[in-house]
Design a protein around this ligand. Structure first.
Ligand code: NI
Length: 168
């Protein structure tokens, strides 16, 4: 198991639509383990493969950040079956350090994907868990949470990030 580098805002891998995973081979199993370690070490409650520079549709989610094994979810090729309601809450991202913004998300989601054994999983989530699924599925579609803001607000944040990046 390894702790991987988390790719930051500005890298094109974060804006690319990630590839479907067709076979669950050793590479995918290792990647999932490394993503779990990386997410826990960050610490974070969710991670998507593009954030570790792998453009594949794989996400890890753990609201307990390693405290409760039952909270850990690894999903291959996750997609929404249904989204419902609305919830506005503060959100951040390991790839966009220092930025916290209120983002509107569905209040409840039904997500479908595969676990590491290749079994189909259907997960019902609400509140923070629903938000994390939305955030991570956005990542594999090449979308960052700040892309959900108004164009003006997004432009201001991008300007700030660019400046910080230029300064070091
Ligand atoms: Ni993120």
């Amino acid at each position: 198991m390894a702790i991987l580098e988390i790719i930051k805002y500005g890298n094109p891998v974060l804006t690319r639509k990630a590839e479907l995973i067709k076979t669950i081979d050793q590479e995918i199993l290792d990647l999932a383990q490394d993503m779990i370690s990386t997410m826990h070490a960050a610490p974070g409650i969710g991670l998507a493969a593009p954030q570790v520079n792998i453009s594949k549709r794989l996400i890890t989610v753990d609201l307990s950040v390693g405290e409760k094994p039952d909270d850990l979810v690894v999903l291959i090729n996750p997609e929404f079956i249904k989204t419902e309601g609305e919830d506005v809450s503060e959100e951040g991202c390991l790839s966009v350090p220092g930025v916290q913004e209120k983002i509107k998300r569905p209040a409840r989601v039904l997500v479908k994907g595969m676990d590491l054994q290749g079994r189909e999983k259907i997960i019902e989530a609400e509140g923070l868990l629903a938000r994390v699924f939305c955030h991570e599925i956005d990542h594999i579609n090449g979308k960052l949470f700040i892309d959900n803001l108004s164009p003006l607000k997004k432009a201001l944040i991008k300007k700030r990030l660019k400046k910080e990046h230029a300064l070091g």
